[in-house]
Design a protein around this ligand. Structure first.
Ligand SMILES: Cc1cc2nc3c(=O)[nH]c(=O)nc-3n(C[C@H](O)[C@H](O)[C@H](O)COP(=O)(O)OP(=O)(O)OC[C@H]3O[C@@H](n4cnc5c(N)ncnc54)[C@H](O)[C@@H]3O)c2cc1C
Ligand code: HEM
Length: 393
């Protein structure tokens, strides 16, 4: 609980902290990795390079200055952070580490301006936010462990099968080593993966690309030319190899209701769309499935989607675009997904729209949907990396 004086000090100093947010975040991570090297593997080093993730963490602390005045809204906004944390098994005992290093970074950057009273006020704010996140995360850990086929922390899975979905995307079907059941997840969610590469632990997130079935999970991974983990999956791992999974999480899940859906994906962004489409179709909803691939070689899951269309011919409309195609390539459209195409296929009747793909793809789809009158709360998207604004300069 912050005192009135602490609240006043935070309000008075928040603009200065905001002004120096970049410098604070640039100092915070190196400091933390130096003092507590054991937490470094949790952070994707590629996300450190472009600065989006560092800013997200410190930015969330700053945003909490306003958010804490509306506890229900705070819980809603923090759901994305909670999901990322849960899928990495972030523990309560790690919060003091982040708190200590964040305060040290603020102290270093702002120097003498940080009086002991100001430092205490920001520490109290951090502790309040940490307490809220710890509570929300504990609830999710507990709920998942209680489910049939759920677990605490990590569980070892074995690769039972692989399937090449396109020239760059391969699926991996994972079954638990212990032979037990596998908990259901909400279609659209992702899972945390922990591997050991060159003797070091590494963590990544992957969307669950097949519907829940009680026995296995499927990941579908694009090989990134310079990617550490995706190349390991493609070039090193195969049937019989094991890895650890953390709890599934994520908020790109089907909103209740009977509105029609538009699911739009670019490249590997298709992975959460397959279980989302299946779930919606099983509920009797109408789905327009727009997928943009580079070309035929890069087009994944074509057969799987064709089978879904055959099973639900009245409910599912599939539209595929290739950015590059020669004349005789059988495809619905050539080029990029633009406003005109979206307008052509957008279902009538307050559709809900889900879209995942590269940043530029999502920004274009979002702008088109907005201009076509789709309300913000009907536009659902997810970044395959740190969350960020779609339309930032
Ligand atoms: C919610 C969510 C769901 C996801 N679902 C999927 C999915 O279904 N399928 C999928 O394939 N991926 C998915 N991802 C992405 C996935 O988590 C990985 O980010 C992806 O596999 C790349 O990891 P990597 O280790 O291969 O690449 P990284 O080693 O992390 O590198 C990523 C990119 O950054 C560049 N890079 C790395 N280090 C540096 C450096 N020091 N300097 C400059 N550039 C650098 C690399 O060249 C590479 O292009 C998802 C991510 C999230 C957050
Ligand atoms: C009050 C404290 C914290 C806040 C406000 C916070 C906030 C955030 C935010 C905003 C994100 C980005 C979410 C997204 O991309 O969608 C994030 C991701 C993450 N957080 Fe936290 N966090 C806190 C504490 C912690 C702690 C204690 C740890 C453990 C050491 C931790 C580890 C991580 C990791 C590993 C990621 C993902 C990083 C990546 O993408 O590489 N966080 N956090």
């Amino acid at each position: 609980m912050l005192t009135n004086e602490q609240e006043r000090l935070i309000d008075a100093t928040a603009p200065v902290v905001a002004e120096h947010l970049d410098a604070i975040t640039q100092r915070f991570y190196p400091l933390m990795f130096e003092r507590y090297p054991e937490v470094a593997p949790l952070f994707n080093q590629a996300h450190q390079v472009d600065g989006a993730q560092p800013k997200a963490l410190a930015g969330a602390v700053l945003a909490y200055v306003q958010l804490r005045r509306d506890p229900a809204e705070a819980r809603r906004v923090l759901a994305t952070v909670v999901s990322k944390h849960v899928s990495l098994d972030i523990r309560p005992e790690q919060y003091p580490i982040v708190g200590e290093c964040l305060m040290a970074a603020i102290g270093e950057v702002l120097g003498d301006a940080v009086t002991p009273e100001i430092a205490d006020a920001w520490s109290a704010l951090y502790e309040e936010l940490a307490g809220l996140l710890i509570e929300l995360e504990a609830h999710r850990y507990h709920e998942f462990a209680q489910r049939e086929g759920g677990w605490h922390s990590m569980r070892t899975f074995r690769i039972a099968a692989t399937h090449q979905e396109s020239s760059v995307i391969r699926s991996f079907v994972l079954v638990p080593e212990d032979g037990g059941p596998v908990a259901d997840f909400s279609p659209g969610q992702y899972i945390g993966v922990r591997l050991t590469i060159d003797g070091e632990p590494v963590y990544r997130h992957y969307s669950l690309s097949a519907s829940p079935n009680g026995r296995s999970y499927r990941l579908s991974i694009k090989r990134e030319a310079e990617g550490r983990v995706s190349r390991h999956f493609h070039d090193v791992l195969g049937v019989g190899d094991t890895l650890s999974l953390l709890p599934p999480a994520g908020d790109l899940t089907l909103a209740e209701g009977d509105e029609p859906l538009m699911l739009a994906s670019g490249g590997v962004g298709q992975t959460p769309m397959l279980p989302l489409a299946t779930q919606a179709l099983e509920q009797g909803r109408h789905v327009v499935y727009l997928h943009a691939a580079l070309d035929r070689e890069h087009h994944a899951f074509a057969e799987e989607l064709a089978a879904l269309v055959a099973a639900y011919p009245q409910q599912l409309k599939s539209v595929t675009l290739y950015e590059n195609a020669v004349d005789e390539t059988p495809v619905d459209h050539v080029g990029r997904l633009d406003r005109e195409l979206i307008a052509r296929y957008l279902p009538a009747g307050e559709p809900r729209c889900y879209f995942v793909g590269p940043q530029g793809f999502m920004a274009a789809v979002d702008s088109a949907l907005e201009s076509l009158g789709v309300a913000e709360d009907h536009r659902h998207f997810e970044h395959f990396g740190p969350s960020r604004s779609l339309h930032a300069a």
